[in-house]
Design a protein around this ligand. Structure first.
Ligand SMILES: *Cc1c(COP(=O)(O)O)cnc(C)c1O
Length: 473
């Protein structure tokens, strides 16, 4: 049955791609006329060739021979088996005589949404109803059920998390001349939204929760400071008790960036219900998803009304086509909201599964005293978005590369804003965030992930040194 894995060297990349699609294990062995092994290819390798600028009609002979793991007749593997679902078994003359199934072949993505029949059912219903734009009953249902979940009075569904942040800033009348304090360790959307308004972002350091440091916020407050955007990073709630007290004292607005922390809590209140406005993302890799999507939550009816008007072209809510302000089209579709309603119904299950994945990771990696996991704080309840940890700085990038060689996706922490030319000028001293970002890695986290496959690969890439983690100084 190895015939389906064999491909003559005379073809082109397209021939290989077609053969790969029907070959067992989606791997082909390139051979010459005597069945002597020349190369092993799968779709990932073809993709790499195309990404490197080659075209699909180039002859295979151009690529042959630079990567060719195989197995001898005794079962001894020569080369890195990690990238392929199966490898050629070769005889002493390197002729292919069989096919060996490898164990570590399955590609593991960083994350996968948990979508099922419920999402599909609601989506189909929304489709068939004809309400596929921003009318339709799923929008209101999604807004209310998600706001209820967060413990906020109102939800305003929007097109994505970035425009949720922009809408929140606009509703609070933040603009040129104002300063808005943001943490250094975040996704760029947080600061970009501030820049859209013409306000000046002020970037401050994080603390050992990896969230914005309340002391750094206090030190950055000036007479122009209007708002602070605490980002609940990697599922960790910020110290909202300290931040809210400070905001009240100085008359600052608080916009929570909750894009990575649906369901996290501080002092018994869910994020999105603590500050003036909470901003959520439902992008495909977030805790719950609508494909693209976002929501602003608030318990202030005047902020809710303002956000609804600005979201809908600035149109008067009583007189159609009368515009009193320059608005935006930041609406979500009923199709997305249909998926969102189903996701809210299972958010507890999703959070539980993610949390148990983290528990398994921590157990499996408990031999490594040099690793630093996220901390838990007595006044906060963390949720798990992506398994997040710090590894020794000099090993971080090689670990990501080695995992990739084994078809396992992982990613480094966000690049601190203060380390990018675009934003550097807005930054205060941000020592911790730079150190955390240089050591941080996210591992695959989604309900069906094979944690052991990841931790085994992790252990094959780095060995415990027995030396304790270097504390953040
Ligand atoms: C994902 C994310 C956003 C932006 O959300 P989108 O829906 O992708 O626009 C904003 N802030 C943080 C911290 C995020 O992780």
């Amino acid at each position: 049955m190895i015939e389906k894995n064999l491909l003559s060297r005379n073809g082109c990349l397209l021939d290989a791609l077609m053969a790969i699609s029907s070959a067992p294990g989606h791997v082909v062995f390139i051979v010459d006329d005597t069945k002597e092994l020349l190369d092993v290819l799968n779709a990932e390798r073809i993709r790499e060739m195309l990404a490197a600028g080659h075209s699909i009609d180039e002859p295979l002979s151009l690529f042959i021979g630079n990567h060719c793991p195989s197995v001898d007749e005794k079962g001894v593997i020569d080369g890195d088996e990690g990238r392929f679902a199966c490898l050629p078994v070769v005889d002493s003359g390197r002729r292919v005589v069989g096919c060996y199934k490898t164990k570590t072949h399955k590609a593991i993505p960083l994350t996968e949404p948990l979508l099922g029949i419920k999402e599909f059912g609601y989506l189909a219903e929304a489709c068939l109803s004809g309400w596929i734009s921003s009318g339709g009953h799923y929008i209101g249902r999604f807004e209310q059920s998600f706001a209820d979940y967060c413990g906020a009075k109102h939800g305003v569904a929007v097109a994505n998390g970035t425009v949720a942040l922009h809408l929140a800033l606009l509703a609070l009348d933040i603009g040129p001349g104002d300063e808005v304090i943001v943490p250094d360790l975040t996704f760029a959307a947080t600061i970009n939204a501030v820049l859209y308004t013409g306000a000046t972002p002020v970037i401050v350091d994080i603390d050992d929760s990896w969230c914005i440091d309340p002391d750094a916020v206090r030190a950055a407050i000036t007479s122009r400071t209007r708002a602070v955007i605490p980002v609940h990073i990697y599922g960790q709630a910020c110290d909202m008790d300290a931040l809210m007290a400070m905001a009240r004292e100085h008359g600052l607005a608080v916009i929570e960036d909750c894009a990575e922390a649906h369901g996290a809590e501080c002092s018994g209140r869910r994020v999105g219900s603590i500050g003036d406005i909470g901003c959520f993302s439902f992008f495909g890799n977030k805790i719950i998803t609508t494909g693209e999507g976002g929501m602003c939550t608030t318990s202030f009816p005047e902020l809710e009304t303002k956000m609804r008007i600005l979201r809908d072209h600035g149109m008067s809510r009583t007189e159609k086509y009368k515009h009193a302000v320059i608005g935006y089209n930041y609406r979500m579709t009923n199709l997305q909201a249909a998926i969102g309603v189903a996701q809210v119904e299972k958010i507890e299950q999703i959070l539980m599964e993610r949390s148990s994945i983290e528990t398994t990771y921590r157990y499996q990696l408990s031999d490594f005293v040099e690793l630093v996991f996220q901390q838990d704080f007595s006044n906060r309840k963390r949720v798990v978005w992506l398994m997040s940890l710090l590894v020794p700085e000099q090993q971080r990038d090689s670990l990501i590369d080695s995992l990739k060689m084994r078809n396992i996706d992982s990613r480094p922490f966000f690049c601190p804003l203060s380390r990018m030319d675009l934003y550097r000028g807005y930054a205060h001293n941000c020592r911790y965030s730079v150190e955390v970002a240089n050591r941080g890695i996210n591992l695959p986290t989604f309900p069906k992930v094979d944690v052991l496959a990841v931790t085994n690969a992790f252990k094959a890439c780095i060995k415990p040194t027995g030396r304790a983690a270097i504390p953040l100084n």
